[in-house]
Design a binder for this molecule. Structure first.
Ligand SMILES: Cc1cc2nc3c(=O)[nH]c(=O)nc-3n(C[C@H](O)[C@H](O)[C@H](O)COP(=O)(O)OP(=O)(O)OC[C@H]3O[C@@H](n4cnc5c(N)ncnc54)[C@H](O)[C@@H]3O)c2cc1C
Length: 323
């Protein structure tokens, strides 16, 4: 590991209480089952540990990136030469007070939606079944039914690229459709405070969530590694031609493959890994679909999926210049 010395690894282990993995094969570790070897993955346990980690990495000029559960990430075939900071289940505490919920960013979203509903609060039903951590959901302003988690955010606590703990109010998070300030500012989200509506009928909230889960099971491919929607639904294309899945289907892409990367037959905006797909296969499909859609509609679709390059930079998969 050229960018990390033994002394660096020792310090990362000290800060993270030995929650450090080395030489991890991303083709086994990641949701899409794609990617080369990640040299180092650290799993901090609270905001203070994140701050100490980042301060150390910054002082020693060691590159890093942050991930949640990798549900929206395509890792490079060459692997990653940067420290991967995973905010996951070591940071998944939460607390409900009346209509607000404080939660750590590593909390698993489907579990969070259930916990919030059980507390008699409504407004998070649309996130039922979204595989990811709360930090990833906030960064992506994820949600379903054209909603985003941003509308429930009161404040977000995050660690700056120099290791300072800061709190952002909703307006400072710059939430837009599937976008937020955290996609570009290098901060690591560690905690959030959300607000919901108090309702007395838990059964009504639960029924709504079960309905959404049933619809997801019918609409989306099950049991195949993928990263959910590949392209963002752009309102201009949506109004004229429909959602990305319909536009891609119209072009005859369903079932189309490159290597082991296959456009889902159930939903044309999903790319399944049916064996040993490579990131280069997925990027090839993305590039060609984007080109064909542009030729047909005059609109350039943007990827919702993010590519992690070998240096650890996280960029929209449509902005990758190679392939
Ligand atoms: C089958 C399937 C269905 C899906 N359905 C939906 C859906 O209905 N709606 C939807 O919105 N998404 C959906 N997704 C996409 C994905 O689940 C969401 O984007 C999810 O919020 C990503 O969370 P994650 O923890 O896996 O983040 P990751 O994929 O690990 O990371 C995503 C982005 O968030 C950043 N990030 C992660 N954690 C943090 C943090 N703590 N601080 C700062 N930045 C962070 C990463 O750097 C990266 O840029 C689906 C994915 C799959 C596989």
């Amino acid at each position: 590991m050229e960018f990390l010395k033994d002394q660096n690894l020792k310090e990362l282990n000290r800060i993270c209480k030995d929650n450090v993995l080395t030489k991890v094969l991303l083709a086994k570790f990641s949701r899409w089952k794609i990617g080369g070897i990640a040299d180092c993955i650290v799993r901090p346990g609270n905001t203070k540990e994140v701050a100490a980690l980042i301060a150390y990495l910054n002082t020693n000029n060691i590159p890093y990136l942050v991930i949640g559960s990798t549900s929206n990430l395509l890792f490079a075939d060459e692997g990653v030469r940067a420290v991967i900071l995973q905010v996951g289940n070591r940071m998944s505490d939460y607390m409900v007070t009346k209509d607000s919920v404080w939660v750590e960013a590593g909390k698993w979203v489907p579990g969070f939606a259930r916990n919030v509903a059980q507390a008699g609060l409504s407004g998070v039903e649309h996130t039922a079944g979204i595989p990811g951590t709360l930090g990833g959901l906030i960064c992506m302003n994820g949600g379903s039914q054209r909603k985003g988690i941003g509308s429930n955010i009161k404040s977000v606590t995050a660690v700056s690229p120099t290791g300072k703990i800061q709190t952002f109010r909703n307006g400072e998070c710059l939430f837009k459709y599937r976008a937020s300030a955290f996609q570009n500012n290098g901060y690591v989200i560690t905690e959030a405070e959300l607000e919901f509506n108090q309702r007395k009928d838990y059964a009504g909230i639960r029924d709504e969530m079960l309905k959404i889960l049933r619809e997801r099971r019918v609409k989306f491919p099950q049991n195949m590694p993928n990263c959910g929607s590949t392209f963002i639904s752009n309102p201009d294309i949506y109004n004229k031609y429909g959602p990305p899945g319909a536009v891609i289907e119209e072009l005859g892409y369903k079932g189309y493959k490159k290597g082991d990367a296959v456009i889902s037959k159930e939903h044309a905006n999903f790319i399944n890994n049916v064996g040993n797909a490579k990131a280069s296969d997925v990027l090839w499909l993305i590039k060609n679909i984007q080109k064909d859609v542009y030729q047909k509609t005059g609109f350039k679709m943007e990827a919702e999926v993010k590519y992690v390059n070998p240096m650890g930079k996280v960029i929209p998969a449509t902005n990758v210049s190679k392939n």
